[in-house]
Write a protein that binds this ligand. Structure first.
Ligand SMILES: *[C@@H]1O[C@H](CO)[C@@H](O)[C@H](O)[C@H]1NC(C)=O
Ligand SMILES: *[C@@H]1O[C@H](CO)[C@@H](O)[C@H](O)[C@H]1NC(C)=O
Ligand SMILES: *[C@@H]1O[C@H](CO)[C@@H](O)[C@H](O)[C@H]1NC(C)=O
Length: 369
């Protein structure tokens, strides 16, 4: 009898999968189980590599949720689409082998900067479709290759943001509210690097065209992605359209606003990512772009009075640039003419005077006895 009980408890220990999850030798799967907390994994006997907690209602991730004994092999954690609001900065600190962390489609307004700082194997951090606004959230990691922050409300990118992730190869920022990124954000990048920035709120200014000249030359952006800027309430301009690019280039270079750009020899096809999954993530993001109608983007732009205000100013500057040259030329011609006329007048007067003088001298000679 005792033996049977012992055997039974041993068997249940070997299972020891949380009641709301399904476990295999490598995976703990608790998808869409209406969980409000991360289950207690303390009794798990295997070393899972993947923990999938997506599609739940887990508001908060604490510093104790992933501190169970058998956490050493965990390489992927799925916490996407789980109403996550709050994450403790130390929540994942023990997971030395963590490579991919999925936190997309949640309710995050911010995220601790050190969330993955001490994890030397992190490759991919998915944070898309959250409630980030204002500055791009800063993430520190020496190993991170892919950072996804698409579809939030991010409006600016701090100039030092990319210095915190020195191995980053792919930054997904499409579908945000970004109006401009300073070129100095990209200084010091010597590796191949790709950036997705379409469906943001770029204004059609010389600054914007200069930025995209730079991003295109370095092959940081894929010119076949739908990059547009807006100058009036009802016109979206295709930034990489050859005609438009050329006309803006002409207008903007007249005042020497575009310095010559030195392209590095790096090509985007050098881009090799350690994780195959991260590659599929990128592809997904690329496919996604086709679903979004241009009309909704236009609508969003129309509703943004800021853009209208700025585009008016831009137009003014551009018109000024165009006419300025002509005004200068006309002025030059005018003054040249004036100078010539004046000189001629002087010459004629002097000539007449000399003639008169000679004439009167002759007359004097005539009358002198
Ligand atoms: C969570 O993210 C993964 C990877 O992007 C995706 O395959 C899965 O469908 C997502 N789960 C939910 C419940 O949205
Ligand atoms: C823009 O404003 C219109 C009405 O003024 C509204 O119906 C529409 O939902 C708004 N669109 C966005 C994207 O905010
Ligand atoms: C806005 O862009 C359109 C499309 O290129 C162009 O035809 C128009 O002249 C621009 N408007 C102004 C005021 O610059």
């Amino acid at each position: 009898m005792k033996f049977i009980i012992l055997l039974g408890s041993l068997l249940s220990l070997a299972e020891a999968c949380p009641s709301s999850c399904e476990c295999t030798s490598s995976t703990v799967s608790c998808i869409q189980k209406n969980l409000q907390h991360i289950p207690n994994f303390n009794s798990i006997q295997l070393n899972p590599m993947i923990i999938d907690l997506s599609g739940n209602k887990i508001n908060s991730i604490t510093d104790e949720d992933f501190t169970f004994d058998r956490n050493i092999a965990i390489a992927e954690i799925y916490l996407n689409n789980s109403e996550v609001l709050d994450i403790d900065g130390e929540a994942f600190v023990e997971l030395e082998n963590l490579q991919e962390l999925y936190l997309g489609e949640n309710l995050l307004h911010d995220i601790p900067q050190n969330i993955i700082e001490d994890l030397p194997n992190m490759i991919l951090l998915e944070l898309s479709s959250n409630l980030f606004s204002g500055d791009l959230p800063l993430i520190k990691s020496k190993s991170l290759e892919v950072l996804a922050l698409a579809n939030c409300k991010i409006s600016s990118v701090p100039e030092h943001a990319l210095k915190l992730t020195p191995n980053l190869k792919m930054l997904l920022l499409q579908r945000n509210n970004i109006k401009y990124i300073s070129q100095s954000t990209f200084t010091g990048i010597t590796r191949s690097f790709a950036l997705k920035l379409f469906y943001n709120k770029f204004e059609c200014s010389c600054k914007t065209f200069q930025l995209f000249d730079f991003l295109g030359e370095h092959e940081y952006v894929d010119k076949s992605d739908p990059y547009r800027c807006s100058n009036t309430t009802d016109t979206d301009v295709d930034i990489f359209d050859k005609k438009i690019a050329l006309s803006f280039h002409n207008i903007c270079t007249r005042s020497n606003r575009i310095p010559k750009i030195q392209a590095t020899s790096l090509k985007s096809n050098d881009l090799t990512l350690r994780s195959e999954k991260s590659y599929s993530l990128i592809q997904e993001n690329k496919v996604e772009q086709h679903d979004e109608g241009v009309s909704s983007k236009k609508e969003a732009l129309q509703n943004n009075s800021d853009i209208v205000e700025i585009s008016k100013k831009t137009t003014y500057i551009i018109t000024l640039d165009k006419n300025f040259f002509e005004v200068v030329v006309i002025c030059c011609v005018f003054f040249l003419g004036l100078f010539a006329g004046f000189s001629l007048n002087r010459f004629v007067t002097t000539y007449r005077y000399i003639k008169f003088k000679r004439c009167s001298e002759n007359q004097m000679k005539l009358y002198t006895p």
